[in-house]
Design a protein around this ligand. Structure first.
Ligand code: AVI
Length: 326
């Protein structure tokens, strides 16, 4: 079932209102910032697919290696003792990696419902269509919306054990404090015996990391600039994209990989009835893609009150899928 929230005018207005509030609030603070969760409109979804196919963007291949080649290990790690469960994927996207796990579970005759949650209704429709073709026996319930709202909804839909997938180092798009709060909320929203599988991109050669976010073709730059196009279209704004430039940093000590847009001139941008002034070279903080040490992952687990179940890495040991239990 797809909730089709984007077809309900009331919810649509609510979406636009919170988008407008977040954008204006972010651009009125110092330093200016925009939330990368808004990167994913239709064009953003398409550009992100292009990013995942770039040779520099190793993350996808690493986690794909785990899901393709260590599927049995993964299945053992996530399945709660002989019980039917719901497999809930946060930010499922096109579920390219999890499809390998889904196929494995279906082939083994394991009883579960797959519940992909995503903020993009567009990507969920594509996913449902793809899965009903490739895995006609799979029970699927697609949920469009924010992670915790939808997670609470799943609690009212089913009383089975829950297994949560949070892949792709999506957790890296939260700053360290947000990641801790997120893991704590996840723990509080689950019941004893429920499990979570979290994908973390590990610290590695800093050049490898910087190249993944600073590609020569400018696809990551287009991904960032697309948010300005979205603001122009949806919030009646007049950003001149030629006057903003993508800038990427990576700090190997903290593991923080960040993207910014730099204003190339002193300028004023209209957003609806508001206007925002930029100094020349003023930055908009766009996205963090945090990289993790094993110690930091353990710290996150302990701080959020989970028990350790196990983990599996790709063959290069660049990426880890970690399983915790409530
Ligand atoms: C979705 N997320 C994990 C990606 C990342 O690696 O932080 C988003 C992305 N941003 C630029 N490239 C990819």
């Amino acid at each position: 079932m797809n909730l089709q929230l984007n077809q309900c005018p009331k919810v649509e207005n609510h979406h636009v209102d919170s988008f407008r509030t977040d954008v204006l609030e972010g651009l009125k603070t110092t330093p200016k910032r925009l939330s990368s969760k808004y990167f994913y409109d239709k064009t953003g979804d398409r550009i992100f697919q292009e990013i995942m196919a770039m040779p520099e963007y190793y993350l996808t291949q690493c986690e794909l290696d785990i899901f393709k080649n260590k599927t049995t290990d993964l299945a053992h790690l996530i399945i709660p003792e002989n019980e039917p469960f719901d497999l809930i994927e946060l930010g499922a996207g096109d579920a390219m990696k999890s499809t390998f796990l889904l196929k494995h579970l279906v082939q083994k005759g394991i009883k579960f419902t797959y519940m992909p949650i995503d903020i993009s209704g567009n990507i969920l429709s594509i996913l449902k269509e793809k899965l009903s073709r490739e895995l006609p026996d799979l029970e699927i319930l697609a949920l469009e919306g924010e992670y915790f709202e939808m997670l609470q909804k799943t609690a009212s839909l089913s009383t089975r054990k829950k297994v949560i997938l949070f892949l792709g180092s999506n957790i890296g798009n939260m700053n360290p404090e947000e990641a801790e709060n997120f893991c704590q909320s996840l723990n509080q929203n689950l019941n004893s015996g429920d499990r979570v599988l979290v994908g973390f991109d590990l610290k590695k050669n800093p050049h490898t990391i910087l190249n993944a976010y600073n590609d020569r073709k400018g696809i990551t730059a287009a991904f960032n600039l697309n948010l300005l196009t979205r603001i122009n279209r949806e919030l009646d704004a007049d950003f001149d994209l030629k006057q903003f430039q993508h800038y990427q940093t990576y700090d190997p000590i903290s593991g923080s990989c960040k993207s910014y847009l730099v204003s190339l001139q002193k300028q004023t941008v209209k957003i609806g009835i508001d206007s925002i002034s930029f100094e020349e070279n003023e930055l908009i903080d766009m996205e963090i893609s945090q990289k993790f040490s094993e110690e930091r992952i353990e710290e996150l687990r302990v701080k959020s009150g989970f028990k350790r179940v196990g983990e599996t890495k790709d063959s290069k040991k660049w990426f880890v899928d970690t399983v915790w239990q409530v």
